[in-house]
Design a protein around this ligand. Structure first.
Ligand SMILES: [Zn+2]
Ligand SMILES: [Zn+2]
Length: 511
């Protein structure tokens, strides 16, 4: 048998098989049904593709300003299942999660023209899309001019003042000014051409060269910060910690405020605070001061009072809550780092580096990117010990001695104190003792509450006893401060109460 007759034989079997199937009534019906439904689907799809405006250009509409989340409506997905191509303004704002309950809404058109309406009156406003007018506000209650066309941005501007978000300008003694990203849009700013890049064409790449600029709405820092020519200290998200000598500009982008240095063409994103007249000392000095003495074969005791601000120190001092320290040492003011929280402050203290360098700027960070004082001391062949509460704050080169509230009196500080005294008998070169009760009471009752001050009084006695038993240098400071809230106290904001802590230096062996 040759190849041809072989395949025609197979074809014959196939034909018989097909004929048998088709002659079956039920099978025929099923095949017909399948055929029709496939055709139906094809026709439906074609109609849909004709109706669907696939090539329609939809300009981006953003909800920005004092919101937790920037919303960008960039396609018509939002209208799925809706008859009209419109969204309730209130709905859009709700999605962006405004920082405060009371706010104004700016509807900013593509030409820069904007309408301002009160947030509480935005309930009848619809944001409608049409190919002719782009995004447009449609309202019945509001006057005609709020029907602004080609809306590009919806800016939420908080009406309540708060130091909890936006950019704070402070001094070591007061919170001076808060600017929010939303409010920025109402401030007098200037349009600056900002160099964006260069492209060139031609044989030697210089024949046809085009420089591209982008207009940026910038606010000169000089207009809002009075620094008398002195440098300012700038801090921000992701551990930014910068000394600024020549103040540049601020720019609001989305729900953040960025710093722009036009001369050096550099940007610092999400700036949280600027401190003027900042003190020359920082909690980072602990590392450098300690190292200095240990290298000179002197022993150093670091007493870390969690959540103890310079303001609390002044309050406690004038009311007699610190009988030991009052007679013995006058502290200096020192700056904490942003965010002023325990792991960030603790990391800055033991590494001598700002958060961006040591890698700890968030509550979830536990690992250091740089060597700590403990690692350094160990490398010198010297002994160091860390006496801690019931939780290990950071992973360091040495393991902390943890303490739980064994006698269940509501605080671990009495146990920490006992352990610290015991540890001293081994004569370490470096000992760090971390007390927690001032922070605990501060959170619960407030930074200057009686309970917090009573805790301070007990700590003052512990410090006296530890100092009496320590031969060497003693540094006492805090990781961050504390401010009052309606529920008690808190920290973590760029405000002077959280950012400025006392820095004591004393000699051991004193009673
Ligand atoms: Zn703390
Ligand atoms: Zn705390």
């Amino acid at each position: 048998m040759d190849e041809n007759s072989k395949s025609s034989g197979i074809f014959q079997i196939y034909k018989t098989f097909l004929y048998k199937i088709i002659s079956n009534k039920r099978v025929r019906l099923i095949v017909l049904c399948l055929l029709f439904s496939a055709m139906g689907m094809y026709i439906g799809k074609t109609i849909m593709s004709i109706l669907k405006p696939t090539n329609l250009y939809v300009p981006k509409l953003k909800v920005i300003g004092d919101v937790k989340q920037v919303i960008a409506v960039k396609d018509l997905e939002y209208f799925k299942g809706l008859d009209k191509k419109s969204i309730e303004l209130q709905n859009l704002i709700h999605m962006a999660k405004p920082f405060s309950e009371s706010y104004d809404v700016l509807l900013v058109g593509g030409d820069g023209l904007f309408a301002k309406l009160e947030g509480k009156n935005a309930d009848d406003c619809l944001i409608e899309f049409s190919p002719d007018n782009g995004w447009k506000a449609v309202t019945e209650k509001h006057p005609v001019n709020s029907g602004i066309k080609n809306i590009k941005e919806i800016v939420i501007v908080s009406k309540e003042k708060s130091w909890d978000y936006g950019l704070n300008i402070i001094s070591p003694k007061e919170n001076i000014l808060n600017i929010t990203p939303g409010e920025f849009h109402l401030k007098e700013s200037t349009l600056y051409p900002y160099f964006d890049g260069e492209s060139s064409k031609g044989a030697d790449k210089r024949d046809y060269s085009v420089k591209v600029y982008k207009y940026k709405r910038l606010l000169p820092l000089r207009d809002i910060v009075k620094s008398n020519g002195d440098p300012i200290l700038m801090m921000g998200a992701k551990g930014i910690y910068e000394l600024i000598h020549n103040p540049g500009y601020l720019e609001a982008v989305g729900n953040k405020i960025n710093y722009i240095d036009r001369e050096n063409r550099r940007q610092l994103q999400d700036i949280k605070g600027i401190m003027v007249d900042f003190p020359p000392h920082s909690i980072m000095d602990v590392y450098h001061d300690s190292l200095h003495y240990i290298e000179n074969n002197e022993r150093v005791l670091i007493i870390l009072l969690d959540g103890f601000s310079y303001r609390q120190y002044r309050y406690g001092l004038t009311r007699g809550y610190m009988p030991f320290l009052e007679g013995i040492a006058e502290p200096k003011m020192a700056t904490s780092v942003y965010k002023p929280i325990t792991n960030g402050g603790f990391a800055a203290i033991i590494t001598g580096q700002p958060p961006r360098v040591n890698g700890v700027y968030d509550r979830k960070h536990r690992d250091l990117k740089t060597e700590s004082i403990f690692g350094r001391v160990e490398k010198m062949g010297k002994k160091s010990v860390l006496v801690e509460g019931d939780i290990k704050i950071l992973n360091t080169e040495i393991e902390p001695i943890l303490n739980i509230d064994r006698n269940e009196n509501g605080t671990r500080d009495d146990e920490i104190f006992e352990t610290a005294l015991e540890a001293m008998s081994n004569e370490p070169d470096l000992q760090l003792v971390h007390f927690h009760s001032i922070d605990d009471m501060g959170h619960k009752y407030g930074d200057t509450a009686k309970e917090t001050m009573e805790a301070l009084k007990i700590i003052d006695r512990y410090i006296g006893d530890l100092a009496a038993n320590w031969e060497g240098k003693i540094i006492i400071t805090s990781d961050h401060g504390m401010h009052s809230t309606s529920q008690g106290g808190s920290h973590g904001a760029f405000r002077y109460e959280d950012m400025i802590v006392p820095y004591f230096f004393l000699e051991g062996g004193e009673k």
